[in-house]
Design a protein around this ligand. Sequence first.
Ligand SMILES: C[S@@+](CC[C@H](N)C(=O)[O-])C[C@H]1O[C@@H](n2cnc3c(N)ncnc32)[C@H](O)[C@@H]1O
Length: 434
Amino acid sequence: MTPAARLAAAASVLDSIAQGRQPAEAVLKAWGQQNRYAGSKDRRAVADRAYKVLRARGRLSWAMGGREDGRALVIASLSLIDGLPLEDIEALHSGEGYGPRPLSKQERSRLTAAGEGELPGWVASGLPELAVEDFKATFGERWGEEARALMAPRAPIDLRVNGAVAGVEEVEAELREAGLTPERTPFSAFGLRLPSEPPPNIQALEGFRAGCFEIQDEGSQIVSWLAGAAPGLTVVDYCAGGGGKTLALAQAMAGEGRLVACDVAQKRLDNIRPRLARAGVEAELRLLGQNGGGAEDLNGQADLVFVDAPCSGSGTWRRRPEDAWRLTPEEVERLHALQVRILQQAALLVKPGGRLVYVTCSMLSRENEASTAAFEAAHPSFRPVPVADALASPCLTDAARERLTALADGHRLRLSPAAAHTDGFFAALFERTE
Ligand SMILES: C[S@@+](CC[C@H](N)C(=O)[O-])C[C@H]1O[C@@H](n2cnc3c(N)ncnc32)[C@H](O)[C@@H]1O
């Protein structure tokens, strides 16, 4: 493909991403399958362009007078990100072959004006507008730094070593043998970090197939370790989803105790089964109704109920920047109401003296502090547990104990790319007193 044809392809992929709900990665994969003439370098170039645009979408759209179509965004990216002069952009838009049609007069004048004048703060931050006030209120002067780190490219790939099957050193050696360059994560004692470039083919490694490790962001590992799962306890993973945290909770329990993984989606529960088998751990799988039905026999029984609530996923925008542009204020409100309802249902399962842990991978206060505050106001029998009192897990490093104490706000903890080099996570800890 010519460089121009790659640009036209990227524009059309961006339109497909904007029109659907599928992850950008899936749209790009489907594009590659439907366009067999595209070689690996072409696919790479199209993907690079699409991600470049998605990470800077607000700024690019702003420069093009609010246009959001793939063509306009790609044109703006050539100027504002690649720094190409107008003549070069015109040359790439000759309309010949499979390249994009020539620039219109309006597009030309937009490009000439692009980069002039001061950008509004939200545009410069890279965040979608709906998140900006929230970030300012949460992070104060640091909001811009938090925003840029959240939208920055090349998030590393973290692995959690399954201590029941392999040692961290052993996995580290296997990865090195495969030509990869793992580093220890600072806070999770079982974490290894790989650079995202070149993309490592983790699933092809023998150690992955043998259940020695899983892909799991260090932030996700930290909130799992913080929850306090331990051998012999009854632990309920109330929103188990794909089971990423179920497996970490199982690891903390070291095969002793009762672990129940619940979800309202049977398909998701089905996906957990092979992961449990690979990791060599057991858990009961429970399908719940939307109103919490199906777990009545567990009422007042659990030492720990872990609620990894459905959320906007805004803490993972550095990995899935397309999600940032799909979120609406209405969706955030819907999620907030759902989170409060789920917390209320899950709380019924906690036994007196047991713990309730609320987690999201969201950066938005409406899904974090506001959801837990609503729960707290209605449940005086749940006492907030300071994060500093919950750091004893042997799966956390001493560096974690120090850093998490500093980052905690009483019983609440926020992790973020800027503050902890993890995806964005929120956790709040409670203990049932009566
Ligand atoms: C953030 S995801 C969980 C991710 C998972 N814990 C992991 O680490 O891979 C939230 C999950 O909550 C589930 N869910 C949605 N509504 C629910 C409800 N009312 N009760 C329990 N789970 C619910 C969703 O099906 C989804 O799988």
